[in-house]
Ligand binder design. Structure first.
Ligand code: SF4
Ligand code: SF4
Length: 63
């Protein structure tokens, strides 16, 4: 399982990229995307998904 970024709600602020412990978030063109192969939902590292917590626009949702 993984999280995903809704492109229509992402402003490209980059907050989520810096918070991800797995470097699963990267810029693709002018939006950010989450690599589902790298996203562990932060299990074992944090109590909550750090990208969700970091996003000011509620753009990160469960895939
Ligand atoms: S849920 Fe955690 S591991 Fe997955 S993309 Fe967000 S910050 Fe990275
Ligand atoms: S924190 Fe939210 S708005 Fe900012 S780049 Fe990530 S998904 Fe987009």
């Amino acid at each position: 399982m993984a999280y995903m970024i809704k492109a229509e709600d992402c402003t490209g602020c980059g907050s989520c990229e810096f918070e991800c412990p797995n470097r699963a978030v990267r810029m693709k063109g002018d939006i950010y995307v989450i690599n589902p192969d790298k996203c562990t939902e932060c299990v074992g590292k944090f109590d909550a998904p750090q990208c969700v917590a970091a996003c000011p626009n509620d753009a990160v949702v469960h895939a």
